[in-house]
Design a binder for this molecule. Structure first.
Ligand SMILES: [Ca+2]
Length: 334
């Protein structure tokens, strides 16, 4: 089974027509003026779990109505939990690697038994990386902007010629589910369930569908994906954590910047709780997790997953340059 690059489909044909109408302007490229750090507010001296905020429990209408996988709306109750106030950063993940010697999935040999018949480049260790296309062909194949890139991993998130130097405060990316879980366990934490994540992103808003407008306080994509990125939010690509106002619970970047892994197995909808191991046995190369929040690549003409109720599948053993995570901790409230 080939590894499948999972990117949401969208209004690409419409995008192409507009793009052609604009005279195929050249895509804006990265600049050297990007911010490398954003100031996070200080925590209280007695914060029991540094870097985490308390998410009170509650009952809410989980899901959304924009896409079939977000249905049905389901009344869901979650208990209170501590949650990382930011996405896990390169610096934090480096501490884990230094302490444990952990080697991430993108740095290990590809499991060819689980993925027979892969093309040669995909038989090498690596991850999926977004590249802004200079020449967009009709058809909308995602391979025009997503490439499996040998040598891409958390230390080289854009490929072997890139690095995380001076990017310690950026979210760590290109990890697999196993990598994220290993980090969480090392911290004594876990990955949030989809319901925990969604309720935390809502910050007390119990009704679904209240956050459909492209958010201003988030790193998303302004312009015509994937060819025009005006970066009105200040970032063409990833942003350091904490550059935008937090939500009402004090959580930063729940929406945008990077998609975030959850503990839940992905199912085509969430009519039933999704943590059922029977749906995708652990040994299956097809196992997928729910990811939440959208990324810096979500635009009004494509993806539009910058909503708390949006969800996507992500293969367990494939890292990507728009995918990160944060952790939760079950511990008494403050
Ligand atoms: Ca942006």
């Amino acid at each position: 089974m080939k590894k499948v690059i999972l990117v949401s489909t969208g209004l690409l044909i419409a995008a192409l027509l507009v793009w052609i109408g604009l005279g195929a302007q050249s895509a804006r490229q990265h600049t050297d003026q990007e911010r490398l750090q954003c100031a996070l507010p200080k925590e209280g001296a007695r914060a029991p779990h540094p870097g985490m905020v308390w998410v009170p429990g509650g009952t809410f209408e989980m899901g959304d109505k924009e896409n079939p996988e977000e249905l049905p709306l389901r009344t869901t109750t979650v208990v209170g939990v501590w949650m990382d106030r930011t996405e896990v950063t390169n610096d934090s993940f480096a501490e884990f690697v230094k302490a444990t010697g952990y080697i991430t999935g993108a740095e290990r040999p590809v499991d060819l038994k689980s993925h027979p018949g892969l093309p040669a480049d995909m038989q090498q260790a690596g991850a999926v990386v977004f590249f802004m296309p200079n020449d967009l062909k009709a058809g909308g194949q995602v391979t025009q902007w997503w490439r499996y890139t040998p040598g891409a991993n958390w230390r080289h998130p854009g490929g072997p010629d890139t690095s995380i130097e001076n990017r310690g405060n950026f979210p760590v990316v290109t990890l697999t589910f196993e990598d994220a879980q290993a980090y969480a366990r090392w911290k004594g934490h876990s990955l949030p369930t989809e319901a925990q994540w969604e309720w935390a992103a809502r910050a007390g808003q119990k009704l679904a569908g209240q956050d459909h407008t492209q958010p201003q306080q988030a790193n998303t994509w302004q312009g015509l994906f994937p060819v025009l990125n005006s970066a009105d939010d200040g970032f063409v690509g990833l942003a350091p954590v904490g550059c935008y106002a937090p939500n009402a619970l004090g959580l930063f970047d729940m929406i945008g910047n990077v998609w975030e892994l959850t503990a839940d197995r992905y199912t085509a909808n969430h009519a039933e709780p999704t943590t059922t191991e029977q749906i995708h046995p652990k040994t299956s190369p097809l196992a997928q997790r729910v990811i939440k929040g959208g990324s810096f690549l979500c635009a009004p003409n494509y993806c539009m997953r910058y909503r708390s109720g949006a969800r996507q599948p992500q293969e367990d053993d494939l890292g990507a340059s728009h995918l990160g995570f944060r952790t939760v901790l079950s511990s008494p409230p403050p």
